[in-house]
Design a protein. Structure first.
Length: 304
């Protein structure tokens, strides 16, 4: 069994700060869903999109990872491999390919919406984490929220490629658990993942036509730079890493259940889409599920 420190006892102040960091993360994820869906619909080359997502952050974060190197001393290479696959270039390529077969609303349900469940299962299997009754109720409310918000979206989508999206959620769940065990600083971890991802993407980049990227609408490219390089490539990864450190794997991951309702809210001014009553119900269920599943509020006895 893993060391007990991998499943920390979370104080109220720590839960609040960690929760705020997780909320910032999932807000960025909601923006990223819309941005990446836009990128694949206008056929931006995935390799060049990946360079925005990882190449520029690798340079910006070089001061934090260069001294450790690409293979930090004392870090199990298997843990590092899972981190790179789960949050790096393989994750991006899997999910972005799946986004070609699903709409943004479906993606919100199938990706961040399912990720907390994968993290909970992996945390229980790998770290021996057990869940109190209140946290189990929270997970159940999250599942109810997914059905209320997405419902048939879990089964719809054009082609079997849509299944790549929940597979990507599983990869991110594996990253969450692996990062918790790595002991790396969030900035260093983000930089190492970005550096390895840049290396992995180079063979794909050289096979793609750069004109397809640079001839895109300048506003789209500016939006992709902000969404991929700045927000997702640096801010979200660092904030998420800090929240995992403060809350533990499953508590931090449960916040991703807020991404579908956040995406629905963002869609009101951006896409002029007014959420249905089922979506509003889903928002309420997701908020309650996050409060219980993260441990911010609880009832009964805690799990040992």
């Amino acid at each position: 069994m893993a060391e007990a420190t991998l499943v920390p006892v979370v104080g109220r102040r720590q839960a609040v700060v960690g929760g705020l960091l997780a909320f910032v993360t999932v807000t960025i994820w909601a923006i990223w869903i819309v941005g990446t869906r836009q990128a694949v619909t206008v056929h931006l080359p995935l390799g060049w999109l990946g360079m925005l997502r990882f190449g520029l952050p690798a340079i910006a974060l070089a001061p934090f990872w260069w001294r450790l190197g690409l293979l930090p001393k004392g870090l199990d290479w298997r843990v590092l491999t899972i981190m790179v696959i789960g949050a790096g270039a393989p994750f991006l390529l899997v999910v972005a390919t799946g986004m070609r077969f699903a709409e943004a609303g479906q993606i919100g349900v199938l990706a961040p919406g399912t990720m907390p469940l994968f993290v909970a299962l992996l945390s229980a299997a790998v770290d021996g984490e057990r869940f109190s009754a209140s946290r189990l109720v929270g997970f159940a409310l999250v599942i109810a929220a997914l059905f209320a918000i997405g419902g048939s979206a879990l089964w719809m989508g054009q082609g079997v490629g849509v299944l790549l999206i929940p597979f990507g959620a599983f990869l991110w769940g594996a990253y969450t658990v692996a990062y918790r065990r790595s002991g790396l600083d969030p900035l260093a971890a983000a930089g190492i993942i970005a550096a390895w991802s840049t290396i992995l993407l180079l063979p794909l980049v050289v096979t793609e036509n750069p004109a397809d990227f640079f001839h895109a609408d300048p506003l789209i490219l500016a939006g992709q730079f902000l969404s991929q390089s700045v927000l997702s490539g640096v801010v979200a990864l660092v904030c998420y890493g800090m929240s995992v450190r403060m809350l533990g794997s499953s508590r931090a991951a449960i916040f991703s259940a807020l991404a579908p309702p956040l995406a629905a809210i963002i869609a009101i001014p951006v896409l002029n889409e007014v959420p249905s009553m089922l979506t509003i119900l889903g928002v309420a269920l997701a908020v309650a599920g996050v409060a219980l599943g993260s441990g911010a509020i609880s009832f009964g006895r805690r799990a040992a």
